[in-house]
Design a protein around this ligand. Structure first.
Ligand SMILES: [Zn+2]
Length: 82
């Protein structure tokens, strides 16, 4: 019987996880030089609080930073686009 699938079970999942990890790394690196919310341009001051309350998302390969107030808006937009 000819083997049709070369991909091992679980490989796709792993690739996906690696891609997500890479994006998260990119997003974390972005926080080091992020300056403002991409929606309302509130200045981003890096503190423990902002790091946990502000959101970084990768949309179409671009990293966006959003303050807690704008995050809902950004999230809605992303969900609509997907
Ligand atoms: Zn904002």
């Amino acid at each position: 019987m000819k083997k049709l699938r070369n991909i091992k079970p679980g490989q796709r999942k792993r690739e996906r996880r690696e891609a997500t990890a890479a994006l998260q790394k990119q997003a974390a690196a972005f926080l080091d030089h992020a300056q403002e919310c991409c929606v309302c341009t509130t200045p981003f001051e890096r503190t423990q609080e902002t790091v946990s309350s502000w959101h970084v998302s990768v949309i179409e390969g671009r990293v966006r930073l959003a303050c807690p107030d704008c995050w809902d808006l950004v999230k809605q937009t992303v969900e609509k686009e997907q």
